[in-house]
Write a protein that binds this ligand. Sequence first.
Ligand code: C2E
Ligand code: CA
Ligand code: CA
Ligand code: CA
Length: 277
Amino acid sequence: GRTLRLAGAHLLGRDTAKGLPGRQDIEAALRASLTGDAPKPFVLAWQPIFHSNDGTLMAAEALVRWPRPRRAPLVPDDFIPVAEATGLITHLDRWVLRTACAAAASWDSDLPISINMSAANFYLTDLLPIVMSALAESGLSPDRLEIEVTETVLLQDPDGVRQQIDRLRGLGLRIALDDFGGGHGTLGYLNAFPFDTVKIDRAFIRQLDSGERAEAVVRAIIQLGQALSIRTVAEGVETQAQLDFLTAAGATAVQGFLLGAPMPEARLTALFAPPLG
Ligand code: C2E
Ligand code: CA
Ligand code: CA
Ligand code: CA
């Protein structure tokens, strides 16, 4: 068959002692694949997010992967930091946005999706037209799209970022605060910025196993979310005990390996089909 020549692929076969390509090869391969029209080597994995009250599918989060010939795929931790340090991240995130919107628009379902955007995107003057054209090209209804940002986006230029968030929400999409509680975040962020959703960091969910203090913190975030009409999504749910606690505490939704790991698009869309029998 015909082989697709993926830009920069040859650079990714030279693993160092750690079993990964070196930083310079990753940067060169990112640059080769993200500048110009070369076919993009990335794929999206989709992780399902479930309503905690009735266990039904609520949304799916797109997570980027970088398959390599004869090697394990690179995961975001291997290359997102390089993309962020070199400014290539806005190109990568734009590809993810367009690809995710096109995929979701093709589904036999109105399932909402979320994508991740690094902070740099929020300092682009043309972020709004980029998002508008991804929606227009795909035909995806804006209310099916949520953009996840971490608190790092709020640090540099809070007023400019608030404007960007307002403009994006004006298109009819939603904005989520990702990894909440994992950094230096304060509860004040939830009040100061118009987030639709807060994703409670996996670190908090893991700590639920070790006692009542973590339970009190998670419960407080959920209650604040309820008071401010912000949906709460618990990330990294791995045990039935965590799920039971989160359901009882009233979290809007749950996401984690217990319920479904990131999966290929075909496995996600199979979840839309009504069960047989
Ligand atoms: P995130 O947005 O917090 O995504 C959740 C990460 O946790 C994913 O890792 C997912 O595979 C993992 N995860 C989900 N459930 C569980 C669980 O139950 N237990 C554990 N231990 N892990 C779980 P992944 O795919 O490696 O992504 C890592 C991070 O890379 C993401 O964290 C996100 O910040 C970033 N990322 C992924 N895709 C993109 C992208 O397209 N653009 C940007 N800018 N960043 C991305
Ligand atoms: Ca995320
Ligand atoms: Ca997260
Ligand atoms: Ca993260």
